[in-house]
Structure formats: structure tokens, C-alpha cells
Design a protein around this ligand. Structure first.
Ligand code: SF4
Length: 380
């Protein structure tokens, strides 16, 4: 396995594929009469592309921009405020992944609530939060279920375990988001001009590459499911640019060593058993029908939203924050007036600068200059 992985990280092979990427980018540019625009819809891709320097390396050939691929970043202000209000309730412990701790709500973050005496615990898996609830019957544990299709099966397993243990103090605050509906929202937004999409490999292992076919058949836009290593990303870029150059709106699987057309039936069954689609509110994108998940009727006693009904005031969005525009790929992070000034990783204003998968954090760390210039060049 190590040998196989090493071949996907081979810089010499990477250089050869990079030459193909450049050739197909030239042809795509010739066909379109401008630089092709590609959006990655996965936070891990965003970080990898930035870390590898591909955005600046290809800056005279193709515009690589980031979309709503970071699950923490797309969580709406109102939902962050609700999570913080839950953490302030006496007798309640918020269980969360670490990335959520520093995300600012209207009045502070979960980290600050903990500093003020609120009970907030960080876990690496939902199952460990169940174990915590089992060992601490004196507190009501609310798990902040943030993530795309990839994380939902693990939540299903946690619910299974909580039920087997007959816990009466474990709840789910479901803020899950589904990727195909947000792709539809992007594709119908006339201001989002994208010639092709790099699709998320991890999500595709669960839902399958067929779940994205509609991008080509209904919207006439090509897309490629991509893996996460250097060679994966470059090969997928080359495939995508070739589709753009040839005017073929197909959806291809560039991560076939892990992604099947139909996805993972066991993971899908776990999602189906416990959840059903629901309206969800996305930061910057607003309400999108059937783009979230709520617990099915049979499991509603675990629903934190129903068990702890809370009214939170209208969120206070920081002046100048462009997180919504960044998530739609309408501006590069550097084009936010707060980037690198009022908003920095050590003192973030928005989640895109907090999360390890956030576009602002990735651009700040790896490419503080360059992508904004590239964007301006596209308009010429
Ligand atoms: S720089 Fe900060 S405020 Fe601006 S878009 Fe990024 S995270 Fe939001």
C-alpha cells in the first residue's frame, strides 16, 4: 500500500502529468476564448491544491477556485449561535469536533463559552461522545453533527451504540449538509461561472460517482471525481480540461481505486436508517431544499433541536466579512477586505479562516499572493 501511495506522490510522474494539464488547458482556452475556470468542491482538495502550489503554478493557464467544500465553513451563523446557546444551558455538555471550537458566532465561540464555564468537550469520533455520555449520566450530551455525507454513517453507528446502551442523555444536533443539492444551487446561480468541477473523492466513496451525473446531463457542465494525492489531482485536472477542450459535458470518475459508480451501499443504508433530507441553511448560500438531514421520526427523541427548543436572535454578521462570497467562488479569499488584516488564523473573523479545510486559512498559509491577480486577469 505504501508503494502504491508513493507512486501517487511521485514528483517526476507529477511533472509529466502537469505537462498534459498545461496542454489541455491551452486547448480549453482556445475553445473558450479565455482561461478555463475550475472549481474544487472539497476542503481537502482546496488545502492540497494550495499546499502543492498548483493555483500559482497554473496561473497563466487555468483559474482554480474554491467552492463550498468545507463543512465547518458552510455552517450558518444562526446554527453556530444555536450551538453556543446550547452550550450555555445548565446541565448540558456540547460534544464537538475540534474545528468547530473557534468558529465565531454573533457573540463569541464555543471555545470562549468553555472559558466562561460552559461545558464543551472535543471528540475525534461520534462514538467517543457516546462513551462520554455513558460515563457521565449527570449531564445531557449534545453532539454537534457537522459534515457532509462522509461523516453521517459514523453518526449512524453512534446512534446505534447509544440505543444499544439505552442512553437517555445523548442527543444529536444535526447540521449535516448534502453535496449534490449545493451543486444544483451553484449550477443554477448565474453569477457562478465555472467551466468544470473537481468533485469530492471522500463524499463520492459514500454516494458514488453516479450521484453527480446530473451535472453533465442536466446542466451540460463536465466534472471529475478526484482523489487527494498529487497524481490524483493532476490526472483529474487533465481529464477535466480535456472534457472542457472537447466540449464534452461528462462526469468521470478519476478516483476509481476507491470510488464506485453506486458508492457504498452499507454507508448509504446507515444514513437512510436514521436520517431523512430536510431544508438546510448554508452560510452564504441561504436555504436550500433537501440539502440537510434531520433524524427520522422514530429517532426524534434524540433530536437536540426538539429536546432543547431555543430561539436565537438574528445573527450579527461581522462588517466586511466575505465568507459567503468566498464559499460561492465569487471572490478569492485575498479579495476580502479583512483577509490578513482584521482576519488572521490566530484571530479569525469567519470560519473560512478557522477551519483546517477553510479556503481563507489555506490561501493565507500557502498562497497569500497571486490568486487574486489571477482572478483579475480572467476579466480582461
Ligand atoms: S478573510 Fe476572514 S472574514 Fe474574510 S472571507 Fe475569509 S474568513 Fe471571512
Amino acid at each position: 500500500m505504501t508503494k502504491v501511495l508513493a507512486s501517487y506522490r511521485d514528483p517526476e510522474l507529477g511533472k509529466k502529468i502537469l505537462a498534459q494539464v498545461e496542454q489541455w488547458a491551452d486547448r480549453a482556452c482556445h475553445r473558450l476564448g479565455r482561461w478555463p475556470v475550475i472549481m474544487e468542491v472539497c476542503g481537502t482538495h482546496t488545502v492540497t491544491i494550495s499546499r502543492l502550489g498548483l493555483r500559482s503554478l497554473l496561473r497563466e493557464k487555468v483559474i482554480l477556485k474554491s467552492g463550498p467544500g468545507c463543512p465547518v465553513c458552510v455552517t450558518d451563523y444562526g446554527d453556530i449561535d444555536r450551538a453556543i446557546a446550547l452550550a450555555r444551558l445548565p446541565g448540558v455538555t456540547i460534544a464537538t469536533f475540534g474545528d468547530m471550537m473557534r468558529v465565531p458566532g454573533s457573540h463569541g465561540s464555543l471555545e470562549e463559552v468553555r472559558g466562561w464555564g460552559g461545558r464543551v468537550e472535543v471528540f475525534y469520533s461520534p462514538e467517543s461522545a457516546v462513551d462520554f455520555a455513558h460515563c457521565h449520566p449527570e449531564t445531557q450530551v449534545v453532539f454537534l453533527a457537522v459534515g457532509f455525507e462522509t461523516t453521517v454513517p459514523a453518526i449512524g453507528l453512534a446512534i446505534e451504540k447509544a440505543q444499544a446502551l439505552q442512553l437517555g442523555n445523548f442527543y444529536i444536533f444535526s447540521l449535516h449538509k448534502l453535496v449534490p443539492p449545493v451543486m444544483r444551487a451553484l449550477l443554477t446561480d448565474k453569477e457562478v461561472m465555472v467551466d468544470g468541477y473537481l468533485l469530492p473523492g471522500h463524499v463520492s466513496t459514500v454516494i458514488g460517482s453516479n450521484a453527480f451525473r446530473f451535472i453533465g446531463t442536466e446542466f451540460g457542465v463536465p466534472a471529475v471525481v478526484a482523489g487527494f494525492e498529487l497524481v490524483d489531482i493532476l490526472l483529474s485536472l487533465a481529464k477535466l480540461l480535456r472534457l472542457i477542450a472537447e466540449g464534452r459535458p461528462q462526469v468521470l470518475n478519476g478516483y476509481s481505486r476507491l470510488v464506485r459508480e453506486q458508492g457504498n451501499p452499507r454507508a448509504q443504508a446507515l444514513i437512510e436508517r436514521y436520517f431523512e433530507p430536510s431544508l438546510a441553511s448554508w452560510r452564504g448560500l441561504g436555504n436550500i431544499e433537501a440539502s440537510g438531514l434531520k433524524l427520522r421520526l422514530a429517532y426524534r427523541e434524540l433530536d437536540a433541536g426538539l429536546h432543547f427548543p431555543l430561539e436565537v436572535p438574528t445573527p450579527r454578521i461581522p462588517a466586511g466579512c466575505a465568507c459567503g462570497e468566498v464559499l460561492k467562488g465569487k471572490v478569492f479569499p485575498q479579495q476580502c477586505q479583512l483577509f490578513g488584516r482584521a482576519c488572521r488564523p490566530e484571530r479569525p473573523v469567519g470560519p473560512c479562516m478557522v477551519s483546517s479545510e477553510g479556503a481563507c486559512a489555506a490561501y493565507y498559509q500557502y498562497e497569500a499572493q497571486g490568486a487574486g491577480d489571477q482572478w483579475e486577469g480572467a476579466d480582461e
